[in-house]
Design a binder for this molecule. Structure first.
Ligand SMILES: *Cc1c(COP(=O)(O)O)cnc(C)c1O
Length: 387
């Protein structure tokens, strides 16, 4: 390969961070099930001394993810939450964080229940409104945490505009890119400082592993984050790294199909009388369609649908699918359905939930890569419960 040229996404997905094993020629990166490494002389190592600090399978994954996000440095974690927790370790007592008001529940919980006790303050704002973001800055603001698209209403905020404001204010920005994946959008290229992932979702892609990652471009920032990664120890095991690495090899192919299927499902649902509203960034009817299409390659694999239904009816619909499985999580090859009001978002008080636009009849679909006609027939069948 010509080294002057940056390989395309698919080539990076399959190859970045991986070389054939020098001792055997094995084409796949071995799962290095080892905790320690023999040293030739005290402190004379081959770059590895203890597997919490570094492990070759993890190194391959970290380099692969960095290449996909277009950053120089990647760090692997045992879960998405361990990765996000690592970012918060950059802060100290008295610091202020601005976060999206519909962040992933676990991130919200970390900010609200754990970090307040260490004197960290967070203001939650609607990041699709840049005025709200500007107004929330304080002299003590150190970090802006965002997600786009968000869960479950798939609201999209302007990555480039937010990154620009953060750079002007000299405040770090972290984008959780779990829902979009680097195939759809690359926040570092748009000026964000850190990308966070739950690799449990699309990057792993097969619902068989829990993991997380951080990617950044700045060397000093990477050193700090790596220090916390090693100090706190929330690192992934080599088998988990192998599974995510196997997942990323097909990321571009899977995402393409996820997006095609999700668009078809969203279009079909928009024309159905049993449906109140469809939330899909790829549809012109979506409130943030313009921003989404400016920064994303396609609309993504998630579709949320507000049914003309009560909580009980929505639960019945969710239990009536045959191809879609009723489960939390997302991003695997198989289609999943979730009822946020009684499952993923049940911990939010009902009034607050409805106030945030999360109605009782809302269901969230993680559209898989099965045959489109089967998915649509399955949805049609489940919606018959509403008659
Ligand atoms: C799932 C998820 C997380 C948390 O990741 P885990 O791997 O479950 O710890 C964080 N952010 C988003 C957007 C997620 O979907």
């Amino acid at each position: 390969m010509n080294s002057e040229r940056t390989p395309g996404f698919g080539t990076r997905a399959v190859h970045a961070g991986q070389q054939p094993d020098p001792t055997t020629g094995a084409i796949m990166t071995p799962v290095y099930l080892t905790s320690t490494y023999v040293q030739e002389a005290p402190a004379k190592t081959k770059g590895y001394d203890y597997s919490r600090s570094h492990n070759p399978t993890r190194t391959a994954l970290e380099q692969n993810l960095a290449a996909l996000e277009g950053g120089r440095h990647g760090l692997g974690f045992a879960s998405g939450m361990a990765a996000i927790h690592c970012v918060l370790n950059l802060l100290q007592s008295g610091d202020h964080v601005i976060a999206g008001n519909d962040l992933y529940g676990g991130t919200y919980r970390l900010l609200r229940t754990l970090y307040t006790k260490f004197g960290l303050e967070t203001t939650f704002v609607d990041l699709t409104d840049l005025g709200q973001l500007e107004a929330a800055f304080r002299p003590s603001t150190r970090l802006v945490m965002l997600e786009t698209p968000t869960n479950p209403l798939l609201r999209c905020c302007d990555l480039a505009a937010i990154a620009k404001i953060c750079r002007r204010k000299k405040v770090l920005s972290m984008a959780d890119n779990t829902f979009a994946t680097p195939w759809l959008q690359t926040p570092l290229a748009l000026g964000c400082d850190i990308v966070a992932h739950s690799t449990t979702k699309y990057l792993g892609g097969h619902s068989d592993v829990v993991g997380g990652a951080l990617i950044c471009d700045d060397g000093a920032l990477h050193q700090q984050l790596m220090h916390f990664q090693n100090s706190c120890g929330g690192t992934p095991g080599p088998m988990d790294c192998f599974l995510v690495l196997r997942g990323t090899k097909t990321l571009h192919v899977r995402m393409q199909r996820h997006c095609e299927n999700a668009l078809a499902v969203a279009q079909w649902l928009s024309e159905d009388k049993r449906v109140e509203r469809v939330y899909y960034p790829g549809l012109p009817s979506h409130a943030n369609h313009a921003v989404a299409m400016q920064q994303m390659r396609a609309g993504g694999g998630m579709v949320s649908v507000e049914l003309k239904a009560t909580v009980e009816q929505a639960k019945q619909v969710c239990a009536s699918f045959a191809v879609f499985s009723l489960a939390e999580s997302l991003g695997g090859v198989e289609s999943l359905v979730d009822h946020p009001a009684s499952m993923t978002h049940a911990s939010i008080p009902a009034e607050q939930r409805r106030g945030a636009g999360l109605q009782d009849g809302l269901i969230r679909l993680s559209v898989g890569i099965e045959d489109q006609a089967d998915l649509i027939a399955d949805i049609d069948g489940a919606l018959r419960r509403l008659r």
